[in-house]
Design a binder for this molecule. Sequence first.
Ligand code: PLP
Length: 376
Amino acid sequence: MTLTTTKMRIPLVDLRANYTGIKDEVLAAIGGILEGMQLTIGPNVRAFDEEWARYCGVKHAVGVGSGTDALQLAIKAVGIAPGDEVITVSYTFFATAEAIFYSGARPIFVDIDERTFNMDVTQIEDRITPRTKAIVPVHLYGRTAEMTRILDIARDHNIAVIEDAAQAHGAMMDTGKRSGTGGRCGCFSFYCSKNLGAYGEAGAIVTDDDELAQALTQLREHGQVTRYFHPIVGYNARLDEIQAAVLRIKLKRLDQWNARRRAVAKLYARLLEGSGVITPEDVGDRHVWHIYAIRVPGGKRDAMKDFLWERGIGTGIHYPVPIHLQEAAQFLGYREGDLPVTERVSNEILSLPMYPELTDDQVGYVADAVKAFMRA
Ligand SMILES: Cc1ncc(COP(=O)(O)O)c(C=O)c1O
């Protein structure tokens, strides 16, 4: 494909294009809720909890206010407390560690495997101490972590696994099950730009554990079982009816949208072959491509970002500063150089436009611009 002379405008994510395809259904559902005025934890939340659990292949889903709520409640329900340690990655969105901070426990970071962008499983056992209570793998960009190995290690050391599946709706794990369903529980974000995104904030925890599901249901609404009776202290982490209704409409299309993301990823990989950028590994149907992140070697990432922007192409950096180097995490005592792969990849990473409505022509335009930059 050659670089077209007409300048296209291609955002990183196009929520409006997605809305256009479901507008009538969404407006009818929201209209119905406003007529009925049952606005929180009602029939849509109950139905979505059931539908999301069935989709994931587990007994329970508990819809909550955000992915951060999901992680926070999961960590609390599993019993992680001040003084405990939780093994996770620094190469993730800040909320993964934030939820651990809320509990008073300490995140212990392992480096990532640069091929997968996920937890380097060979480093986990060296970090386990008598204080380790859990491992929180993150299925970053829509690719699941090496769960078979992680679950084996956790079993050997009697520690819990809480999956951060915020970016991996519908992705399959190497265990043959859907993301979020391998450990004690899995946490999802339905932030608006996610593969399954609400029109605002939403999240969910999935689990096969009846007691844990009961505890999570209690925790999401101030610890109560019956209204105004509070055996434990909980949170206000309710999912609202409008968001649940939107999620139910979108869930019906999730597999179809994920399939289109996979086709877009394949096309990018083919068009960018030999360009000099490092494209992400394709793991077939297991990947749901929440983010399509290339690596730009040679310290040229920021210049490429500007070059693409001038050609109307939106890009992202997920994420520019790993958590162990964030100002808020300085008290943990990490220094530059402690997680060399994480730090190097953070400086090279660039997310290209990725959403189901992208056309092949748009993908071609982006790939041509990337190649033109690399040639310059
Ligand atoms: C990996 C990861 N964990 C946790 C979260 C937190 O989810 P939310 O923004 O819904 O609170 C996100 C969302 O951006 C995420 O990408």
